[in-house]
Design a binder for this molecule. Structure first.
Ligand code: ADP
Ligand code: ZN
Length: 294
């Protein structure tokens, strides 16, 4: 059996065909232009394969409430042309197969829980620190939606005492995305983040922010694994710094061997390399197929 997956981003759409074991048979990446252009190209791609279902891990915000009239839509995105796009409806009409749908980061955590570094966990989170910051949440064996869906990238943080940067989120002066995304690092220090590798104070401040967010997720979601990734985490020295700071912040309060003795197995990069998002999308398709089969 083959399943299609789409990792739908604001810059590119990664489309893949995989089997039910998560083995990718083929993939393409298409630039995200207007829906009327890009969605048709994606349908043409999947038309060449016999896929039983499709899953989409999508940039947001999205409507995940199955009882809502706008379920399966991208809602109030600033991405030109995509606001109120009925992406699930489009593929259902074009392909006549079950279409699973969730946020890109929920897709990524699902990929890691199914085939990657959080395999076997019934609670895990995936946090990406890149152009933005996003958090996918898997709790008690399912993806967390709630009122809308978690927006853990906008968690409010205490500012570093030496940080005079005003933040770049238009909504919050002190949220994680505004203070710790790759572009925020670039603006604060006057150079792209990738060119600041040798500046210790840059990564000390970055670890201060990431660790605060993780400590908050640990005490709220109690994840069994934290998968940490995104362009900023190419600075691999951050992993050790973040683990140490998380321990300091929790100060022994959450007592578990994963935190006390095995934190280097707890806060980890994905095991699926660049593929947690696309494989998670495939898994979303499989789950929708099972759901519709009853
Ligand atoms: P996106 O978030 O757009 O999906 P990425 O997760 O790859 O994409 O994040 C891209 C961002 O990560 C860039 O804007 C840049 O700020 C940051 N970044 C990329 N490479 C590095 C690096 N080597 N070191 C630090 N930051 C980086
Ligand atoms: Zn914000």
């Amino acid at each position: 059996m083959l399943i299609g997956g789409i990792e739908a981003g604001g810059t590119k759409m990664v489309c893949a065909v995989a089997d039910e074991k998560g083995q990718i048979k083929d993939r393409i990446s298409l630039p995200t232009r207007l829906p009327e252009e890009t969605l048709g190209e994606i349908v043409s791609y999947f038309g060449k394969w016999e896929i039983a279902a499709l899953g989409i891990g999508c940039f947001g915000p999205v409507d995940l409430d199955r009882s809502s009239a706008s379920y399966g839509h991208i809602t109030k995105t600033p991405k030109a042309g995509w606001e109120d796009c009925d992406i699930v409806g489009y593929f259902k009409d074009a392909l006549h197969i079950p279409v699973g749908f969730d946020t890109d980061v929920n897709g990524a955590v699902l990929g890691e829980v199914t085939w990657g570094a959080a395999k076997g966990c019934d609670s895990a989170i995936y946090i990406t620190v890149g152009t933005g910051v996003g958090v996918g949440v898997y709790v008690n064996g399912g993806l967390l939606h709630g009122l809308v869906h978690p927006e853990g990238g906008h968690i409010l943080l205490a500012k570093h005492p030496k940080d005079t940067y005003k933040g770049r989120c238009p909504f919050h002066p002190n949220c994680m995305e505004g203070l710790a995304s790759g572009p925020a690092i670039g603006e604060r220090w006057g150079k792209p983040a990738a060119e600041l590798a040798d500046r210790a104070e840059v990564w000390e401040m970055e670890a201060y922010y990431i660790a605060q967010a993780l400590a908050d997720y640990i005490v709220t979601y109690s994840p069994q694994r934290i998968i940490l990734w995104g362009g900023v985490m190419h600075q691999e020295q951050l992993f050790g710094m973040v683990r140490e700071r998380v321990k300091e912040l929790l100060n022994g309060y959450v007592h578990h061997e994963m935190l006390c003795d095995r934190i280097d197995e707890y806060i980890i990069p994905p095991a699926l390399g660049e593929d947690p998002g696309i494989l998670g999308a495939v898994r979303l398709g499989m789950l929708e197929l099972e759901r519709e089969a009853g």
